[in-house]
Design a protein around this ligand. Structure first.
Ligand SMILES: Nc1ncnc2c1ncn2[C@@H]1O[C@H](COP(=O)(O)OP(=O)(O)OP(=O)(O)O)[C@@H](O)[C@H]1O
Ligand SMILES: [Mg+2]
Length: 377
């Protein structure tokens, strides 16, 4: 069992609270991604699990053992850093073998373990080279092989792909997912890249300013962000967030904002009723906004101007500006008729894709009992 449990874990550096009361359970054999912007406390959290930082408060358990006072080398973990720091004077084989030597594994056992790890990462033909004779991606794989050679039950990875170019990143991403499945290991993976988090994690834990914001499977977090921070952080381009006030209109509710109103679906009507007259933020993903002609008679739509069109080949992002300068991004397939930059349009929103947030607290309104911690199954 290689469960990792963080129980009210806090880390302070003087006045800075790097990690603030973090409680999180990483399940046995789970691939959990710790996601958040620079400085939010991801590496600090990982380093505390590894035993490289002391805790200011709380408790960490690996398996059934509280490890607060256990030395890093006795925690049955391996850590892979962004700067993978291979020994330049040693061959690939010796680099991979290093953790076995320092743990005094007998020589006759070391050879087969090195070969197995090298094979798992496609390095069998490179064992005699020195790091300087490898590409960046190959070096990264040596660092991974060095981590897996001891067969620890938990892997801690801190942005291990960030030194790779975009193409190699995508390839290595897939290799890492396969590797985790093959090794049946528990992985805690730190990244600030939400695409990496969405594609790799069984669950994502999102942090901001040292505080955990939401935990759940990628699709759940995408479809039901717990607050505005998560809504804006997950998704590229990010979710549109339009500020307005709620009014009632013939038994249902609408959001009134610059240049028009949007009808709110029945799913959010309970939340809307409680927020009538208050300032709220409507969240709508770019794929759920439609562009209508400026003379469209549709009752619920917003007047806007097309500011910029970004073409990505397979789709385009139409950046529109509302009357009060709020920006709304519309994701279109290339088959859709391309609007003209600078022209007036109207924007409507699919009722299925609407989210309501409290403008003051940022919390999701259409979830009276917000289920902050989602289940992986
Ligand atoms: N040794 C230290 N002394 C003082 N402050 C520190 C120390 N280490 C980290 N911090 C602070 O703690 C906060 C969290 O840092 P951390 O390295 O965990 O962020 P991160 O989420 O990993 O960011 P990045 O994505 O940039 O790596 C930051 O504000 C950082 O400045
Ligand atoms: Mg970091």
């Amino acid at each position: 069992m290689a469960r990792v449990v963080l129980d009210h874990v806090t880390k302070r550096y003087g006045d800075v609270v790097a990690v603030n009361d973090l409680s999180l359970e990483i399940r046995d054999r789970e691939f959990l991604v710790l996601l958040g912007p620079s400085g939010c406390g991801k590496s600090t959290a990982l380093r505390m699990i590894a035993g490289l930082e002391d805790l200011s408060g709380g408790q960490i358990a690996i398996g059934d053992r509280v490890v607060n006072d256990v030395e890093p080398k006795d925690r049955d973990i391996a850590m892979v850093f962004q700067s993978y720091a291979l020994y330049p004077h040693m061959t690939v084989a010796r680099n991979i073998e290093f953790p076995l030597r320092s743990r005094k594994v007998p020589e006759n056992e070391r050879g087969p373990l090195v070969e197995e790890a090298a094979r798992a990462l496609g390095l069998s033909d490179l064992l005699d080279r020195k790091p300087a004779q490898l590409s960046g991606g190959q070096r990264q794989r040596v660092a991974l092989a060095r981590a897996i050679v001891r067969k620890p039950s938990v892997f801690l990875m801190d942005e291990p792909l960030s030194n790779l170019d975009a193409k190699l990143r995508v390839q290595t991403r897939a290799e890492l997912i396969e590797l985790q499945r093959r090794l049946d290991a528990t992985v805690v993976y730190v990244t600030h890249d939400q695409v990496e988090a969405m594609t790799m994690g069984h669950r994502i834990a999102i942090m901001s300013d040292g505080v955990l914001q939401q935990v759940g499977p990628p699709q759940d977090v995408y479809e039901r962000p717990a607050n505005l921070f998560v809504a804006r952080f997950i998704g590229a381009p990010p979710m549109n967030t339009i500020t307005g006030t709620i009014a009632s209109e013939g038994g249902s509710h609408i959001l009134v904002t610059a240049g028009g109103a949007i009808a709110l679906p029945s799913e959010v009507s309970g939340a809307a009723r409680n927020a009538t007259g208050l300032e709220v933020v409507l969240g709508v993903r770019p794929e759920h906004v439609r562009i209508l002609p400026h003379d469209s008679e549709t009752q619920f739509a917003l007047d806007a101007t097309v500011a910029v069109i970004e073409s990505l080949g397979h789709e385009r992002h139409v950046v529109c500006r509302l009357a009060d300068e709020q920006m709304v991004i519309v994701r279109q397939t290339v088959e859709t008729q391309r609007p003209l930059e600078g022209t007036a349009v109207r924007l409507s929103a699919d009722p299925v894709g609407l989210h309501l947030f409290d403008a003051a607290t940022g919390l999701r309104l259409d979830a009276p009992d917000p289920q902050l911690v989602g289940d992986g199954e």
